[in-house]
Design a protein around this ligand. Structure first.
Ligand code: HEC
Ligand code: HEC
Length: 227
């Protein structure tokens, strides 16, 4: 594997070390915010994503996952025409990858607006509009939620987390709160070997044994986690 270095410990288990270090330099939040202005044109000012999943949500994503994907884009290991010019070496040195990854991980989006009285004299329509742009709420996807939940818990939760929030310590993305269209598009990429789902077992596609209906049920469940 070129992408990840395998370190086998004496204990007999394998650790996956990304070929970069996120502790390489001190986090610079201002730099993170500045870089985010470039990303915002597609991924939204708050990393909320857009265009119904053409651009994925990045807010709250584990930093290790964001950094790894930026390295994969930069090294042309994961195709992404839209982003190529933003991630080449000159534009995006390792320090910048670290800063934007930590910045985006730290953005917390609400999934609901608090109720307000729109007729109250102090109602601020503009503040409300701004708050609604920051909101993340995935529309309910079709499918059997109960079946999806039990399948998810059995087959996906060990890596993607019990509530679908990903693994903050590893490069495992959240699935809850991600646009359903986006998830489907990535399923196709994994099935067609355009992306590699599990770097430890690159030839074993984790989703190969699941029918579209089963995945649809899982995505239905994931779409209601933020309700
Ligand atoms: C011109 C539009 C555009 C810009 C600007 C852009 N992106 Fe993207 N980004 C995309 C698209 C489109 C995808 C999805 C590609 C796919 O379907 O595989 C994506 C995917 C990603 C992913 C993978 C997320 C996942 O869950 O798989 C990350 C991480 C990412 N972008 C980070 C960034 C960062 C950080 C910036 C700013 C430096 C940025 N992007 C700027 C269009 C853009
Ligand atoms: C062995 C751990 C593991 C298991 C089990 C697993 N995944 Fe993943 N998943 C990952 C990792 C790691 C990634 C990121 C890989 C990469 O870099 O593309 C990922 C990425 C994804 C993505 C792409 C998300 C994005 O934002 O780009 C989807 C969709 C996905 N997994 C769905 C599932 C589903 C559905 C299940 C259960 C049927 C599942 N995964 C089980 C580890 C796992």
């Amino acid at each position: 594997m070129q992408i990840l270095r395998h370190t086998t410990l004496l204990l007999g288990f394998t650790l996956l070390l990304p070929p970069f270090s996120l502790a390489a330099h001190d986090y610079d939040p201002d730099n993170g915010e500045e870089i985010n202005e470039l990303c915002a044109g597609c991924h939204g000012e708050y990393g909320q994503g857009g265009k119904d999943g053409e651009y994925p949500r990045l807010a709250g994503m584990p930093r290790e996952f964001i950094a790894l994907q930026l390295h994969l884009f930069r090294d042309r290991e994961r195709p992404n025409l839209a982003m190529v010019e933003y991630v080449d070496d000159r534009q995006m040195p390792d320090e910048d990858i670290q800063d934007i990854a930590i910045y985006l991980e730290s953005v917390r989006l609400k999934t609901k607006l608090p109720p307000v009285d729109e007729t109250a004299p102090d109602f601020d329509a503009y503040a409300r509009l701004l708050a609604s742009k920051k909101l993340m709420q995935i529309p309910r996807a079709p499918g059997d939620i109960a079946k999806g939940q039990s399948l998810y818990r059995k087959e996906c939760a060990s890596c993607h987390g019990r509530e679908g929030l990903g693994d903050q310590k590893k490069a495992v993305p959240m699935l809850a709160g991600q646009y359903t269209n986006y998830l489907w598009r990535q399923v196709k990429k994994y099935r067609n070997k355009i992306r590699i789902h599990d770097p430890e077992e690159p030839d074993e596609e984790l989703l190969a044994d699941f029918s579209d209906q089963q995945l649809g049920d899982i995505f239905a469940y994931l779409s209601i986690v933020d309700d």
